[in-house]
Design a protein around this ligand. Structure first.
Ligand SMILES: Nc1ncnc2c1ncn2[C@@H]1O[C@H](COP(=O)(O)OP(=O)(O)OP(=O)(O)O)[C@@H](O)[C@H]1O
Length: 307
């Protein structure tokens, strides 16, 4: 049995518009299902948790973007982890998880793909804890520049306009230069059992990723896999503007040329702790929070997924 949970606002209405097409396909294929349209992220979490407790063998299929998926994952993980399988049909703007998991962004194709998959994949989730937030993420958690871009994008009218043209993923690129002007370098210290402690006095981007992509399909760390049991920390220092911009230009090319830049450092690990000295914005799967100065602990958890 499948239970579909739809965030009608995801992708600026893409999920709402896709749902009737999916229903039509479910009827044609004679698939038994139920569904629920959420009214807010709180409603989504409460509904999913309640249903997952009542019907743990049901597959809960989420229709939305990376932010909707984030709320669903956290509903299942907290306050105690529920042993349920999640499914996912991407209908967001950036759809980074879909790209990493190779899920089609055509809803009818992704449904066909999901229905054909009989055994769930076990995927890694990043688990994070700060003094005021605990959560899990399927994509990445970023401090500094990428969080600033996400915050500006989520608050911009441009995202809505680009979504209407099915170009939502370019909304992040559009806020790039605005964020570049506002973001300041910050100090971060990184401690992990897997490598010697590091201090970055001028970090500009500090992202922990569970998969290859961020910002609407940009390959931050192409080697990262959703099921390799690892998280990768990428830190970019802004030594000068030209150098910083060249790293992002290289990131847009196929391959891993940007990883050779001297102002970029990366570490693959299962567990790490970051300490900052000033408040930062953090983005987690495209949702933003304020992170007060202090410690941020990260490790790996697992979740069963069907797609
Ligand atoms: N009815 C609703 N149900 C669930 N979430 C909602 C609802 N209305 C607004 N939201 C908000 O929608 C956001 C999630 O949207 P989501 O991130 O999935 O789409 P997107 O931003 O278009 O895509 P992407 O993250 O892939 O760029 C969350 O911030 C959530 O708070």
């Amino acid at each position: 049995m499948y239970h579909f949970i739809i965030n009608p606002c995801a992708g600026n209405g893409r999920a709402r518009k896709s749902w009737p097409k999916i229903q039509k396909q479910l009827h044609q294929l004679n698939v038994k299902y139920s569904y629920y349209l959420t009214t807010s992220s709180t409603d989504l979490k409460q509904h999913l948790r309640r249903q997952a407790q009542l019907k743990p063998t049901t597959i809960f299929v989420i229709l939305g973007g990376d932010g909707t998926l984030y709320h669903a994952l956290n509903a299942v993980a907290f306050p105690t982890k529920l042993d349920v399988t999640l499914g996912y049909i991407p209908c967001g703007s950036g759809n980074d998880f879909a790209k990493a998991a190779q899920i089609s962004t055509d809803p009818n194709k992704s449904l066909a793909q999901l229905l054909a998959q009989k055994t769930p994949h076990t995927l890694d989730l990043g688990y994070f804890k700060t003094s005021n937030h605990t959560g899990v993420f399927s994509n990445n958690l970023g401090l500094g520049f990428d969080a600033r871009i996400v915050e500006m994008t989520n608050n911009s009218r441009l995202k809505k306009q680009l979504n209407k043209l099915h170009l939502g993923k370019f909304a992040y690129a559009a806020c790039f230069f605005k964020a570049l002007r506002c973001q300041k370098a910050f100090e971060v210290t990184v401690v992990s059992p897997d490598f010697p402690a590091k201090n970055f006095s001028h970090a500009f981007l500090c992202t922990i990723t569970d998969q290859a992509y961020f910002g609407g399909g940009v390959a931050l760390f192409p080697k990262a896999r959703l099921d390799d049991g690892n998280l990768t920390l990428v830190v970019i220092e802004k030594k000068n503007l030209l150098n910083f911009l060249s790293i992002f230009l290289l990131m847009l090319l196929p391959g891993t040329y940007h990883l050779q830049a001297r102002s970029l450092s990366f570490y693959t690990t299962k567990q790490l702790e970051l300490t900052t000295t000033a408040p930062q914005i953090i983005q987690v799967n495209g949702e933003t929070f304020t992170f007060p100065p202090g410690d941020l602990r990260l490790e790996i958890k697992q979740q069963k997924f069907i797609f």
